[in-house]
Design a protein. Structure first.
Length: 630
């Protein structure tokens, strides 16, 4: 298995010993059945055998062709093409000469033949007889194969091997016709039936075993266990990762063959390299999504729709794939972001781009057009082009994209494209540790050189200093800087709380900074007061009541009291119809314990009533998502 910068190329599997052995078998005029599932490499194996053999292998692919000729005639045309097309040409020529020599259509053929010196009457008699026989045959539509049988019996079949390829894919009638040919040619030349023997119609009646001299299995080198193990090794080397045994076993146990592997590898190259996903998705999770897309389309549709899967431990084949897919829905802290956090990045897009590259380049080079496209979602042509080519952009172009993104973020607007640009800048400031797999119950990561031999505090300092320089230059105030660092998962509130222990309620209340809600959340984290409403002092409540409606909503979404219908990452999103849900009661995520929020909600009631008068729709409900039924 060899590799380059943009593709994993599949090397040919060495089956030379098996090819040599099978080649020797073809020295005898016997009948063989080469057994193997569709796509397992049977035809390729036979083509390699033909290179070693001094006999010509004649492949009959009856299922691929739409031919109304009798099967016997088709086989004869393959075995003896010179005789067949010679007879066909002579018949056509004879009919043509007969017609052209009549009084109705007289083009002077008689004079021409006489000038050449040929005996016209004798030649015309022979041509006429042939033309008459052809006409009689066509008129009565004889169903007999006696003519072809006669020729088969008279002509030699030396130095040829007859191969009935994909025999298992023929209809029952086609298979029966093939058996007739076999009975005619048995012992005169080697005959090889190729296919999956379990799909042959006559297997049930044991008829096939009576006509086959030897059944040959494909070399073990082409077994799924072998072809995939070498491929897994190439993937691990290329992506510098370790694939889990569960993922490997899934593919091997499902018996995916050579054709499946080639198809899978095409998509791996397309997604990781052509679409530029390498470094933006967790390797094994993306491989699993590709595998599900190709071989379990119904489960892939569930992924798109966000539906879970039913895990049946009693059904081993189903358990292998469903348990793997179920794992996609579980969050992990690795980088790049996992599927559960960033689903759209993992999906495959098969639609053809409607935008030419020149048009996309024109957009990037135009400030007006570019600013419009920066709000693009991950499914757009612009996003696909940006993510696939970002690594090759000049520093000036990247800087331009970053500055436009920062302008939008300062106005609290975001998109998949903006998130992508911020992630890329974060990777530039401090390359992330890369999730490479699990070992027992432990997560394993690959560390870039920039992180080695450094404490978490030293790494966080470098990250913060790098962003502070950028955000100061963009005229972000302190609260806006905190907002960006939290919104785009550069730092958690916990990390920021540990860093900024000097933030106090009095400071927040009298600050001119724009996002007082974010500053208050950092204070709560640093003081270990997150969601501990009963311990909040009057100073905290004073800041809470001073927040604007937008900040008030964001603050209580992050404290788990209000919901905007989305997850907490979208804490600053307000629905277009201004409908919000207030949770009067919730249940803890870990143990399902009941949490009564009624006292806290009562503290907010006056503000919520005022917001209703201003157009908000407030619903009071119980959040039973994590309730454990007894």
């Amino acid at each position: 298995m060899c590799k380059n910068n943009s593709v994993i190329q599949l090397e040919n599997i060495d089956t030379s010993t098996a090819e040599e052995n099978f080649s020797k078998l073809l020295d005898e005029n016997k009948t063989y059945f080469l057994n193997g599932a569709w796509g397992s490499g049977k035809t390729t194996f036979l083509e390699k055998v033909s290179e070693k053999k001094n006999k010509k292998l004649i492949f009959i692919d009856l299922w691929k062709i739409n031919d109304s000729r009798p099967t016997l005639e088709i086989v004869f045309s393959k075995l003896h093409p010179i005789y067949y097309y010679g007879i066909l040409a002579l018949s056509i020529l004879s009919v043509a000469v007969s017609i052209l020599s009549t009084n109705v259509v007289n083009l002077g053929i008689e004079n021409l033949i006489k000038e050449i010196g040929l005996p016209f009457k004798f030649l015309f008699f022979i041509v006429g007889i042939i033309a008459l026989l052809v006409a009689i045959y066509q008129f009565f539509k004889f169903k007999s194969d006696i003519f072809w049988i006669f020729l088969f019996n008279k002509l030699p079949h030396d130095k040829v091997v007859l191969i009935f390829d994909d025999f298992d894919r023929l209809t029952e009638k086609q298979q029966e016709e093939t058996y007739k040919i076999f009975s005619l040619l048995k012992g005169k030349l080697p005959i090889v039936f190729v296919g999956d023997i379990s799909n042959i119609y006559e297997v049930k009646t044991n008829f096939l075993s009576k006509i086959i001299d030897r059944r040959i299995e494909l070399p073990f080198a082409l077994h799924p266990n072998n072809i995939w193990e070498t491929y897994f090794g190439a993937l691990e080397e290329k992506f510098e990762t370790i694939l889990s045994q569960d993922f490997k076993q899934l593919i091997i146990n499902e018996g995916r063959n050579l054709r499946d592997r080639e198809h899978f590898n095409d998509y791996v190259s397309k997604e990781f390299f052509d679409r530029g996903k390498l470094g933006h998705v967790q390797i094994e999770q993306q491989l699993l999504v590709i595998y599900t897309y190709l071989f379990h389309s119904n489960l892939y549709q569930n992924l798109i729709n966000g539906f879970g899967v039913d895990i049946d431990e009693g059904d081993v084949p189903k358990f292998l794939i469903t348990s793997q897919i179920d794992g996609l829905y579980k969050y992990n802290e690795g980088y790049p972001p996992c599927f559960a956090y960033n689903r759209s990045e993992y999906f495959l897009y098969e639609q053809v781009s409607n935008t030419a590259v020149s048009e996309l380049e024109e957009i990037i080079n135009s400030d007006v057009l570019l600013k419009e496209q920066l709000l693009s979602s991950s499914g757009t042509d612009f996003y696909k082009y940006l993510s696939a080519n970002y690594g090759n952009f000049t520093r000036e172009r990247k800087e331009k994209l970053l500055q436009l993104a920062l302008e939008y973020i300062r106005d609290y607007k975001t998109s998949d494209t903006i998130s992508y640009i911020i992630r890329e800048k974060q990777n530039e400031i401090m390359p992330p540790k890369t999730y490479i797999g699990t070992h027992g119950n432990s997560l394993m990561y690959s560390l870039p050189k920039e992180r080695k031999n450094k404490t978490d505090e030293e790494i966080n300092n470098e990250i913060y200093d790098g962003w502070k320089i950028i955000l100061d230059k963009a005229n972000y105030d302190f609260s806006q800087q905190l907002y960006l660092l939290v919104k785009y998962h550069i730092f958690s509130f916990h990390v920021l709380g540990e860093r900024f222990t000097d933030v106090q309620c009095d400071t927040i209340l009298h600050s001119s900074d724009e996002r007082k809600d974010i500053m208050l959340l950092v204070y709560l984290s640093s003081s270990n007061l997150w969601t501990k409403f009963s311990e909040w002092t009057d100073d905290i409540w004073e800041v809470v009541y001073s927040l604007t409606d937008t900040q008030f909503i964001s603050f209580w979404i992050l404290q788990g009291i209000i919901s905007n219908g989305r997850n907490r990452d979208d804490f600053d999103y307000i629905p277009s119809d201004k409908t919000l849900t207030v949770w009067e009661k919730t249940y803890s995520f870990d143990y399902g314990n009941e949490i009564d929020n009624s006292q806290t909600v009562s503290m907010l009631k006056h503000r919520l009533d005022k917001m209703e008068l201003e157009g908000f729709k407030i619903k009071y409900e119980i959040d039973g998502r994590y309730k454990i039924e007894e």
